[in-house]
Design a protein around this ligand. Structure first.
Ligand code: PHE
Length: 336
């Protein structure tokens, strides 16, 4: 048996292992159940006990030696393989430019998140709107200036680019039963001269809450909560009486910026106060137009411009830069 052992060891040592296939051939020849190593172990079983004693150790060493030859060869192949893999990884990487969120969208999302926490859902509607949803249902009189070509982009006799997202409020009230609690962010259009402070399109987030027993106090509390979360805990606000055809009573809300800096002074026209939204209790006529019983339900609505708030938040001086699509400008917001 000793001779057999050294014979097989010799054979294993001189076995050429230069490829994965040869490695596998080695395994099949020596190491599997019916391979040469196991053959010797089978023979060993039938030896007389004295011989077993003297041969056992040798046989085990023999087995380890063959196994080591295999392991070493296998290792070489593996490190070779990972070496080739590595060289692929080492190729100069191809950097793909990542897009980023538009600052106006970031502001809309931040606003929406606050209202969503207060239980408002998010709705949208078409930007080309018919007269009913944009004006008539909202109680605009026939001779209202907004119905003039000077102020509104008409598409045809009955359709215009929506001038506010209040049109979505009408759509919601027509199709849903109260309680309705939703905000409607979106783009709106007005035929205005383009300047650093106004554009012919801009963005609004409007809100609507219709239920039994909704009061002006609910409106104020909702807006206080929003302002504290969005502009900071200690932000001062004030309401001023105002007029909108679709709300009664109506108000505008200002926040106090102060008069310290040149830009505060400019934004607030020297008063320290900046108007950020219009609001009010939904007019009885509007509820009736949308088939909601004003004897059972009341509601509030509010609407704010996103673009001015974004200018304020990011210290942007010219509104137009948001829409020039100049990536040098937009990239500044990529980490938001
Ligand atoms: N729709 C008004 C605007 O565009 C804002 C507004 C919404 C006012 C809801 C009151 C209530 O200016």
């Amino acid at each position: 048996m000793k001779d057999r052992i050294s014979e097989i060891v010799q054979e294993a040592k001189s076995f050429s292992i230069n490829s994965k296939e040869e490695l596998e051939a080695f395994r099949l020849k020596f190491l599997v159940k019916k391979g040469l190593v196991n053959d010797l172990f089978q023979e060993f079983k039938s030896l007389p006990p004295e011989e077993k004693k003297s041969l056992g150790k040798e046989l085990n060493e023999f087995k380890n030696e063959i196994q080591n030859i295999y392991n070493e060869a296998e290792q070489n192949f593996q490190s070779e393989a990972s070496a080739t893999k590595k060289s692929v990884v080492d190729l100069p990487p191809f950097f793909q430019e990542l897009g980023s969120r538009h600052p106006i969208n970031t502001v809309i999302e931040d606003m929406s998140a606050i209202f969503e926490r207060l239980g408002f859902s998010v709705s949208d509607g078409p930007e080309v709107e018919d007269d009913w949803h944009n004006f008539s249902a909202l109680n605009f009189p026939d001779n209202h200036p907004a119905r003039d070509m000077q102020d509104t982009f008409f598409v045809d006799g009955d359709h215009a680019l929506r001038t506010h997202t209040s049109s979505v409020q009408v759509r919601l009230m027509e199709t849903q039963k109260p309680p309705i609690r939703a905000i409607m962010p979106g783009r709106v259009y007005r035929n205005e001269a383009i300047s650093a402070r106004s554009n012919c399109f801009f963005h609004q987030v409007e809100g609507l809450y219709i239920d039994k027993g909704v009061t002006f106090a609910d409106l104020k509390q909702t807006l206080y909560q929003f302002v504290q979360e969005f502009f900071g805990k200690n932000t001062e606000v004030r309401f001023r009486a105002s007029y909108f055809p679709f709300t009664e009573p109506s108000a505008e809300m200002d926040i106090y910026l102060g008069k310290e800096t040149e830009s505060d002074y400019r934004l607030t026209k020297g008063t320290g106060w900046l108007e950020i939204l219009g609001c009010g209790m939904v007019d009885v006529n509007v509820l009736e137009n949308c088939n909601i019983d004003p004897n059972q339900y009341t509601g509030f609505a509010f609407g704010m411009g996103v673009d001015r708030i974004a200018m304020l938040k990011y210290g942007v001086k010219d509104l137009r830069t948001f829409f020039d699509n100049d990536t040098r400008f937009l990239n500044q917001f990529s980490s938001l």
